[in-house]
Design a protein around this ligand. Sequence first.
Ligand SMILES: [Zn+2]
Length: 115
Amino acid sequence: MATDVREFLESYDLYTRFQPHKSVWWNGDWPQVVEVLCRACGAKRSHRVWPTKVAGFTLEWGVYMLHGACEHCGTDGVIFWVEVNQREGWMQKAGQLPALPASARKQSLQPAGSA
Ligand SMILES: [Zn+2]
């Protein structure tokens, strides 16, 4: 089950619902490690994940921020924002930094300008 959530974190696009259709689809645990692109390393690296619930006061719905630190260089990381709907049995990404390589295929190297 943790593998499924890990796969979701590693590969799903924003706002794409992960909906496993299992009676117990998520036990509240996040994977300890995800393997995603590290900007500092310029390659896929294992990132250790720290989850924090940032919105939602019930068990049924919430938004989590997951911060992952690159285990290789230790200087860069990844951040996910994930909306979880326990009652309906789905979760989806509301944000991710850096973006997935597929979404950032243009590789714009220009920093966001300050006007
Ligand atoms: Zn790194």
